[in-house]
Design a protein around this ligand. Structure first.
Ligand code: NAP
Length: 486
């Protein structure tokens, strides 16, 4: 097996393979370190917005999380520690971009070509690249001619210091609200270009005392109780975020009060007030974003950007604001997670082409025409209400069960039937059509920008997904017997 991606999904699957005594697998990652997004995203203030005791693998627990919501460095170090202590490191090849993978029908195998030209063959390929790894660069005229640094939040150079600079930040989503408060006190001027305001709640973040950390260490049942409590708290948000927006009335009022308390200027407040249903976009949490935007050296600009000049941003009303650097907090190509030419299936079909109108898979995990390919955090497995690691763990169980089936039945290749894949997606889309994510009056990365299909979110309880993927279901697959390998 070859797994692409050394983030939570790749590492989680690797650990489970080791646990089963499997040794014949490799995890490839183009980055130079472990952690996927938690390695790559290095902007100041990067942290998780799901409580750490739930945002960790159930089979690799950590008792001594330092805060309710861990910072990036601690999450990366958690992943590094479990990789080092389990012996998984020897199965991971870092600094290895995958240039192409191609299914070979005759051999019932995937051929992988790396950036260095190395060729690897495997019977099972797992894409663990997730949906938030390809930066979305806006098509703003003049962006490529800007004279200073243009930095996407995901590619923040370790040595980038905006102290004393005039900085333009484009985008005001989950990443921006984390780094804007960190850079605002340092910069000479911050121009924040906001297209759509966000629903922002206070972040109930606080340190976890050493006493509690010891208690969680000594009494695992306490840690489990904490994990369960967080799980239930987040899971019960589903009805409000899916079908019954009136249920989020309390949270809406809390968000409005938060804005009123933190921003005194009525004009600025009006610009920051969202006019779409809460939950339609990912609900954000921050204690310091509004104060940073309200600071004297920050200007919130809601007029669309017309173009960039080598030293300035010009908006649609013709205002020209000189800046030294531009930070793109414009998110990811979540509905185009796979680049063209990366995954080539049966009959030379390119997965990126097949997913042109938005990704689609069976149970988020397998795609017709791509035998023996599994997609961890694949289509419609992201969550708007709970920890995505719950989905990853369910998918890992599904993959392992599929492997067992293949080994026990002498199956060489599995190809999900188109009928089952379509039936799964039709049911999903019917359910999604009635949700806040589709009908809440906003545009978000959950939906394909052209087709409008929601290709990212799982709209039901997380335990329902776990139940539906608990066992591999061979009836949904065309199977071929293994070819004998001499
Ligand atoms: P995002 O939430 O999608 O925000 C992108 C921002 O850029 C939005 O404000 C968007 O405006 C704006 N934008 C996009 N294209 C633009 C254009 N052409 N012109 C002007 N503005 C443009 O992206 P993100 O902040 O990187 O976060 C993406 C996801 O990553 C999150 O939802 C979350 O799941 C994950 N994330 C998680 C954490 C965490 O705490 N764990 C932190 C960061 C990210 P519109 O709203 O109008 O589209």
């Amino acid at each position: 097996m070859v797994i692409i991606g050394a983030g939570f999904a790749g590492i989680g699957l690797g650990l489970k393979l080791l646990e089963r005594g499997e040794r014949d697998f490799l995890i490839l990652d183009q980055a130079d370190g472990i952690g996927g997004p938690w390695w790559v995203n290095r902007y100041p203030g990067c942290a998780c917005d799901v409580q750490s005791h739930l945002y960790s693998l159930s089979f690799a627990p950590k008792a001594d999380w330092s805060r309710q919501f861990a910072p990036r460095e601690e999450i990366q170090s958690y992943l590094q520690t479990i990789v080092d202590s389990s012996g998984l490191r020897q199965h991971i090849q870092l600094g290895t971009p995958v240039r192409q993978t191609r299914w070979q029908e005759g051999k019932q195998a995937w051929q992988i070509v790396t950036g260095a030209g190395e060729t690897i063959e495997c019977s099972v390929l797992v894409s663990a690249i997730g949906g938030l790894s390809r930066p979305n660069r806006p098509a703003i005229p003049g962006l490529d001619r800007f004279a200073g640094p243009v930095i996407h939040s995901q590619e923040w150079p370790d040595d980038f210091d905006p102290t004393g600079q005039r900085v333009a930040v484009i985008g005001s989503g989950a990443s921006a609200i984390q780094f804007v408060p960190r850079i605002q006190p340092k910069v000479a001027r911050l121009d924040l270009y906001q297209r759509t305001p966000q629903w922002i709640l206070p972040k109930p973040d606080r340190p976890i005392s050493p006493r509690w950390q010891t208690a969680y260490e000594r009494l695992p049942v306490l840690r489990l109780a904490r994990r369960l409590a967080i799980y239930l708290l987040l899971e019960t948000r589903l009805p409000a975020f899916s079908h019954f927006p009136w249920l989020s009335g309390l949270h809406r009022r809390q968000a409005r009060r938060w804005l009123e308390r933190q921003v005194k200027d009525p004009e600025l407040r009006a610009k920051l007030r969202p006019d779409y249903a809460m939950g339609c976009k990912r609900v954000l949490m921050s204690n310091d974003f509004y104060p940073a935007v309200a600071a004297d050296n920050c200007e919130l600009i809601t007029t669309p950007i017309a173009r960039l000049e080598p030293g300035a941003v010009v908006d649609a009303e013709g205002s020209r604001r000189a800046v030294d650097s531009v930070i793109l907090a414009t998110g990811f190509k979540a509905t185009e997670p796979v680049p063209a030419g990366l995954i080539i299936g049966r009959d030379g079909r390119d997965l990126a082409e097949i997913w042109k109108q938005g990704p689609m898979a069976y149970k988020g995990s397998t795609v017709n025409g791509f035998p023996n390919l599994f997609t961890l955090l694949g289509p419609n497995t992201a969550l708007g209400h709970n920890s995505v690691l719950l989905m990853i763990e369910a998918q890992i169980r599904y993959v392992l069960d599929a492997l067992d089936f293949m080994q026990q039945s002498g199956t060489g290749s599995l190809n999900v039937r188109l009928w089952d894949q379509s039936a799964w997606n039709d049911a999903l889309q019917q359910r999604l059509a009635r949700t806040v994510w589709n009908r809440g009056g906003c545009a978000s990365w959950y939906r394909h920008p052209v087709s409008g299909r929601n290709a990212t979110l799982w709209p039901r309880w997380t335990w329902r997904f776990a139940l539906l993927t608990r066992r591999f279901d061979p009836k949904a697959y065309e199977r071929k017997r293994a070819v004998s390998k001499v």
